[in-house]
Design a protein around this ligand. Structure first.
Ligand SMILES: CC(C)(COP(=O)(O)OP(=O)(O)OC[C@H]1O[C@@H](n2cnc3c(N)ncnc32)[C@H](O)[C@@H]1OP(=O)(O)O)[C@@H](O)C(=O)NCCC(=O)NCCS
Length: 401
């Protein structure tokens, strides 16, 4: 059996594309449609892909691509998105991923970005590399047949139907406005929009082509799944830059009389159920992590976001993987932070993945302390940290990279 010592790590080249596709499709169990190939080549530079080879044959792949991620307060931080991670089933659990990640993170560190991000197929893999889940997504099913809006629920209107051509003119601008105020959301490159509007049949998972609802400050795109008696409108994306757009779009979705259910992925604090006379009609079927963050540069990341309360603390951050950790004095005044390395004794000690989890304000620090993942000099230290790191906007994953 091959051991890690027999594995070579190298940058990919153009001639590796067939092997790259094969590794990815075997690992994730799909055959890419031609539009996915075009998208991958447009989004990813081959020199940002790391290959593991055994006797010259590619057996592992990991890549990183440029992103821009919004943090609380609205700054957009240059970020590397880690994607296309797979190891051949013939070479699992002998250190191939660890070896590839070493090279990949050297490359990421060399770009100087304060953040690195990914979405995870399995929650057990990436904590050891300093990544923590930073957003929470809830899959919900609404039994639309019985949904009634409360008398005081907003009814601003302003939604119109659109075909894909008209949606293509409207959506990117609305998304871009929204993502600049939504912590976690990323700039979305044009090739990804082209792929979205091309809506290849092989990517619809048995659903219809996309339908679009447009609002001046938002949009929804959905497909129909199922036949008579079990028809579901599956919302692929609902973006609302204002509460009015959110209410108007959900009212329009609830107007789809021949759909029995509406399925969507929303933030756990989404106000839809509060607008209905029967809140239980919105059933949560799954709650899961979404965007994972690794803080590559603690002072740069902590100074980039804004805070909800003043703070004077010293945090010890342990990075079990690279050297982003250390002890930092963190001072917040009027929402803005200064973060400097210090020799002062820490008031709060936590691992880098936990800092990644609480960074966008979606996860709070107290449950981590209760779980033994954070040590604080006193409960007051914890409470002050918690108040400062809160964010008034829920964090979200913008698009799945
Ligand atoms: C996930 C995957 C890339 C791991 O590759 P690998 O070469 O087997 O991983 P390694 O042997 O280098 O393991 C590195 C560490 O991660 C752990 N690990 C790897 N896969 C894991 C998993 N699925 N769950 C929990 N831990 C995992 C290993 O135990 C090891 O821990 P240690 O070094 O701290 O002892 C591989 O299983 C795979 O390709 N899976 C299918 C595709 C996929 O899920 N990709 C990830 C997309 S986000």
């Amino acid at each position: 059996m091959t051991s890690a010592a027999d594995i070579r790590i190298r940058a990919a080249t153009e001639s590796d594309w067939p092997a790259i596709e094969l590794l990815d499709s075997v690992a994730f169990g799909y055959h890419p449609v031609p539009e996915e190939r075009t998208l991958a080549k447009a989004l990813m530079r081959v020199e940002d892909m790391v290959l593991a080879t055994d006797d010259g044959h590619p057996v592992g792949l990991a890549a990183h691509l440029p992103l821009e991620v919004t943090v609380p307060g609205g700054q957009q931080l240059p970020t590397r998105g880690v994607s296309w991670v797979s190891v051949a089933p013939t070479h699992r659990r002998r250190g191939v991923l660890r070896a590839m990640f070493g090279h990949l993170h050297q490359q990421i560190a060399a770009t100087g970005v304060p953040l690195s991000a990914l979405t995870a197929s399995d929650a057990g893999i990436y904590g050891r590399f300093g990544y923590g889940p930073a957003t929470v997504a809830a899959d919900v099913t609404l039994d639309r047949r019985f949904a009634r809006f409360r008398g005081d629920a907003p009814d601003p209107g302003g939604v119109r139907l659109a075909d894909a051509t008209s949606a293509a003119r409207h959506l990117p601008e609305v998304y871009d406005r929204w993502r600049r105020i939504a912590p976690g959301a990323q700039a979305r490159p044009k090739p990804h929009w082209d792929f979205t509007f091309a809506d290849p049949e092989g990517n619809r998972q048995g659903g219809s082509a996309l339908f679009f609802l447009l609002h001046a400050d938002g949009y929804a795109m959905f497909r129909r799944r199922g036949e008579d008696g079990q028809r579901t409108a599956v919302v692929e994306e609902l973006v609302a830059a204002t509460d009015g757009a959110h209410a108007a779009l959900w009212r329009a979705l609830c107007g789809l009389d021949l759909m029995d259910h509406v399925e969507a992925s929303v933030h756990a604090a989404d106000p839809l159920r509060l607008m209905l006379t029967d809140s239980r009609l919105v059933r949560t079927t799954r709650v899961a992590d979404d965007l994972w963050l690794r803080i590559m540069d603690v002072p740069a990341a902590l100074e980039a976001r804004t805070y909800a309360a003043d703070l004077d603390t010293v945090i010890e951050v342990r990075d079990p993987y690279l050297d982003a950790g250390g002890t930092f004095a963190l001072t917040v005044r009027d929402g803005h932070a200064q973060c400097r390395r210090t020799d002062t004794a820490p008031r709060i000690a936590l691992d880098l993945d936990v800092l990644g989890s609480v960074y966008l304000g979606d996860h709070r620090i107290r449950p981590f302390a209760a779980a033994g993942r954070v040590r604080a000099a006193s409960d007051r230290d914890l409470a002050q940290f918690d108040s400062a790191f809160a964010s008034d906007r829920p964090a979200v994953l913008g698009w799945g990279f």
